[in-house]
Design a protein around this ligand. Structure first.
Ligand code: ZN
Length: 340
């Protein structure tokens, strides 16, 4: 065969094998892994081409919340994004399945500064409970109308109101669109483990009962985003309490810096240990949900579980009261301007 004919045939074959369908186009363009897609990068044709029964949409969130002088305000978000990535890769190993990753939503409800009843605190930029719920319900509606069926919200943050807003979103989606939307971090088996790994007695004593930015969370940042941790954490004064009542008193004090427990004993190694055990457990949990091995109706939700604690109920209702004040302030301005 003439050499130039041969080259031409090879070129045509290569061209057609690359152009076989939209999915393949995407895969070629996005390189690795070939069945994980960033939703924001896709066009209408590409989005329409997914088999909805074998597509999982992951919606990561991240609250902007003060974590004291040494940790970034997006601390929870970095962890959620890394977990989203890990879960995406695990699902992507399933033959013929695709993962669509929604852009991270950097909004959440009720910062830990609410524990000290300091409702405004540098680093915390929250939205009200009903705003968060409306926002996620709107997104759930769009995805439901477009026939997506498998959705996971990955929005770790320990405020019960925050998780309730997301639980209600998932319930709304499932009742309305008969799909499977899961507020993953709102499930007790997940959120109660989160950053933790076993601690020595000495570490337990120094860290105490910490619900926010203590040894474990600081360690997780040292492992995940070390460049964002101020090295002065090594000299951080512990704010240690042993009960929620004690944490409230610590939080109310003018000396409180925005974290509970001890940051100075944090290590990247602890963060890595906690990450590998917890991310593995959570990923397996997601795969089990997809395989219908877990009956979600029987899994305790953190938002419900927290109602057993009188002090949590009190804090939650105080936060909602403050939110109501903010809402009224905004509404009265709108009214004054003749706006609706
Ligand atoms: Zn946090």
């Amino acid at each position: 065969m003439n050499k130039s004919y041969f080259v031409l045939i090879i070129f045509i074959l290569t061209f057609y094998s690359c152009k076989s369908d939209t999915q393949k186009d995407l895969q070629t363009k996005n390189a690795v892994p070939t069945n994980i897609f960033q939703l924001k990068e896709l066009n209408t044709t590409q989005i329409q081409s997914f088999d909805k029964s074998k597509t999982v949409v992951l919606i990561p969130g991240g609250i902007l919340e003060e974590h004291g002088p040494f940790l970034p305000s997006f601390t929870d978000g970095y962890w959620n994004e890394k977990l989203t990535d890990t879960i995406a890769k695990a699902i992507a190993k399933r033959k013929d399945w695709n993962v669509l990753i929604f852009p991270t939503i950097p909004l959440g409800n009720s910062g830990a500064n609410d524990v000290g009843m300091k409702y405004s605190f540098p680093g915390t930029y929250t939205v009200r409970f009903e705003t968060l719920r409306a926002l996620f319900m709107d997104i759930a509606t769009e995805l439901g109308e477009q026939k997506f069926k498998n959705l996971f919200i990955i929005h770790g943050h320990g405020a019960p109101n925050h998780q309730r807003a997301l639980d209600q979103t998932a319930d709304y989606f499932n009742d309305t669109y008969h799909g499977k939307m899961v507020n993953l971090m709102g499930l007790n088996p997940i959120i109660l483990n989160w950053f933790d790994a076993p601690k020595t007695l000495q570490q337990q004593k120094e860290d105490g009962f910490t619900i926010h930015a203590g040894m474990a969370e600081t360690s997780s940042m040292l492992y995940l985003v070390p460049h964002l941790v101020d090295s002065n954490y090594k000299q951080a004064t512990p704010f240690t309490g042993n009960t929620m009542e004690e944490l409230i008193e610590i939080g109310k004090s003018p000396q409180w810096k925005g974290y509970f427990g001890s940051q100075r004993i944090a290590t990247s190694q602890y963060g890595q240990d906690a990450w590998s055990r917890n991310s593995k457990m959570i990923t397996q949990y997601v795969l089990d949900i997809l395989d219908n091995k877990i009956n979600l109706d029987t899994v305790v939700r953190f938002g419900n579980y927290s109602k057993q604690s009188k002090i949590d109920v009190m804090l939650d209702s105080l936060s909602l009261k403050e939110e109501q004040k903010r809402k009224e302030k905004q509404l009265s301005w709108l009214k004054k301007r003749g706006l609706k």
